[in-house]
Design a protein around this ligand. Sequence first.
Ligand SMILES: N[C@@H](CCC(=O)N[C@@H](CS)C(=O)NCC(=O)O)C(=O)O
Length: 201
Amino acid sequence: MPRLYDFPLSGDCYKVRLLMAQLGIACERVHVDILSAGRPAEFQARHPSPELPRLELDDGTVLAESGAILFYLAEGTPLLPDDRAARAQVLSWMFYEQSSVEPNLAAARWWLSIRKQPELRRDQLAFWYEASRQALAVLERHLDGNDFFAAARYTIADIAIYCTTHVAGEAGFDLRQYPRLSAWLQRVRSQPGHVGMMDED
Ligand SMILES: N[C@@H](CCC(=O)N[C@@H](CS)C(=O)NCC(=O)O)C(=O)O
């Protein structure tokens, strides 16, 4: 059984739990408290990055980076298309999530709602908020005429973007100002096998 190093409040870790739930993949979950500096010794020994999520396969292969883990797990399933251009569209939105959404929105949420120490990042917060606002506007524009982000159906691109954006309220955003994004969030929640961020299996 694969082993997932996991922190429940992390949107990046939630992506992996959500996809595994929807594909019916069981895993051993190892909770790592990223609010403290420590990491299990075997975790540190197997990959240089301290970040979560991390998936370790039965043959010892170590997969870091949430997008790479989603891509690996979804291969051969309807959540990752076979068509070459459609796969590239999926990756395009996953890269956008990683470059423009997550580094800003998740960072603002982290300091405002998880660490609860916004005063330690006052200058960055203004930047993160404006960059998040621009990224959310891009997502909202895409959803004008599109039900999903890529391939005209629910894919791992939707999972990646959902897990970061559904908690935008915790980063100081009012999602009611994004009606298409709000409708899409609901569409994602209604997909078979959906689990919430804090649902335990
Ligand atoms: N690009 C990475 C980002 C991972 C990341 O930032 N993980 C955070 C939790 S959401 C983390 O482990 N932070 C603790 C640390 O860096 O020590 C991914 O998508 O997996």
